[in-house]
Design a protein around this ligand. Structure first.
Ligand SMILES: NC(=O)C1=CN([C@@H]2O[C@H](COP(=O)(O)OP(=O)(O)OC[C@H]3O[C@@H](n4cnc5c(N)ncnc54)[C@H](OP(=O)(O)O)[C@@H]3O)[C@@H](O)[C@H]2O)C=CC1
Ligand SMILES: O=C(CO)COP(=O)(O)O
Length: 338
């Protein structure tokens, strides 16, 4: 059944998902705050800053008017970087209130908020009144926009405490190359998604410094251990971390040049300065901000996250990466399984 869907955020992931949903047979409106980008999407079907060389469906309609985008929408997909979520959600709430709309909300954002350490669904719950929305579903998993755009085989998770809502999203998004599983563990899905970006920066840095496969495998495995520790401390199901939004997303992000987090880490490993890396990426590097939030949260909760702490010192305290690595390797020897 064709659904009326609004996608808020026309960066690499929002625009790719919007295009896929059009090809799945849904009526989709894509919202961006940038009128020039909207014109280029509608007239030339291109979005070159975010998806170089990709040609979008001519059925995809873009608009810079949020009210127009969400008019009659039964599902609203929010794909905005973590730091922009509240602003967009609050604008959306005003529109939904005025128009007496109550859509199902989906988000695909991967991060934790600065200072509050809130997950995206928590921010959305705070900004969009309950009377103006149904459930909030998290769409997460190993899914680089570049691969989905070329219809490479992809599997992700739709997580929601209400499994009926997750199943609806599973049907709406799935097709013969994009397979969606359901999960009721929102906390685990969001912690896995946010924290893997930090480890991906570390994996890129190792490669930039000339380390090899053993080092990457060690980082991914011990990275997963600390992601799970923090998530479980907040009530996540440990099994989620061996699923698509856990190890799945960690592996894809920590091993791929498509990952902005990996690329940022690689450049840092090669000696580039963080400000310069951020300036030239032109797209969000969520792990840089989540590293700070996760570091502070782990101290507050007294959860050991040595890799995250090491990256925090490199990113925010100017510690040399090689020193941070030697410090990690010279900690007291310990058992693998706690
Ligand atoms: N790219 C990917 O493959 C995947 C990304 N994700 C996650 O999706 C989220 C979005 O990432 P992605 O699309 O890649 O990011 P990009 O950097 O590619 O694009 C971000 C988009 O959000 C818009 N935006 C940013 N802040 C605001 C704001 N305050 N108000 C309105 N619009 C805003 C930008 O608009 P403007 O151009 O005007 O700045 C741009 O259109 C991230 O959390 C990321 O981790 C998840 C899975 C895959
Ligand atoms: O989350 C992603 C793939 O699943 C995208 O990762 P990057 O933001 O590092 O590109």
């Amino acid at each position: 059944m064709a659904e009326q869907i609004a996608v808020l955020g026309a960066g690499s992931w929002g625009s790719t998902l919007a295009n896929m949903l059009v090809e799945n047979g849904h009526n989709v409106k894509l919202w961006s705050r940038n009128q020039e980008q909207v014109d280029q999407l509608n007239n030339e079907h291109l979005n070159p800053h975010y998806m170089k060389d990709f040609v979008y469906s001519d059925k995809l309609v873009a608009t810079s008017d949020m009210e127009e985008a969400v008019k009659n929408a039964e599902i609203i997909l929010i794909v905005i970087p973590t730091k922009g979520i509240r602003q967009v959600a609050s604008q959306l709430n005003t529109i939904l209130e005025k128009n007496h709309q109550r859509p199902l909300i989906v988000h695909a954002t991967k991060g934790l908020e600065q200072n509050t350490y809130k997950r995206p669904s928590e921010m959305l719950m705070e900004e969009i009144n309950e009377e103006n929305r149904q459930d909030i579903v998290v769409l997460s998993g190993p899914s680089h926009a570049e691969d989905v755009a070329i219809k490479d085989m992809t599997a992700v998770t739709a997580a929601c405490t209400n499994l009926n809502a997750a199943s609806r999203i599973q049907k709406v998004f799935s097709n013969n190359y994009f397979r969606v599983y359901t999960n009721n563990d929102v906390i685990g899905a969001e912690f896995g998604a946010a924290l893997k970006n930090i480890i991906a920066i570390g994996a890129g840095a190792l490669q930039g410094l000339g380390y090899h496969d053993n080092a990457r495998a060690a980082l991914i495995t011990r990275g997963l251990a600390e992601i799970r520790r923090l998530g479980v401390a907040f009530g996540a199901n440990p099994m989620t971390f061996i699923g698509l939004s856990g190890v799945g997303d960690l592996v894809v992000t920590a091993t791929s040049k498509n990952s902005r987090n990996w690329r940022a880490g690689y450049q840092l490993g090669q000696g580039r300065k963080l400000d310069d890396v951020i300036k030239h990426m032109g797209m969000v590097i969520e792990g840089v901000y989540t590293a700070k939030a996760a570091h502070e949260l782990s101290l507050k909760r007294q959860v050991k996250m040595p890799i995250t702490d090491a990256l925090y010192r490199v990113l925010y305290e100017g510690e040399d990466i090689k020193n941070a690595i030697s410090q990690l390797m010279s900690r007291d020897l310990t058992s693998e399984i706690e």
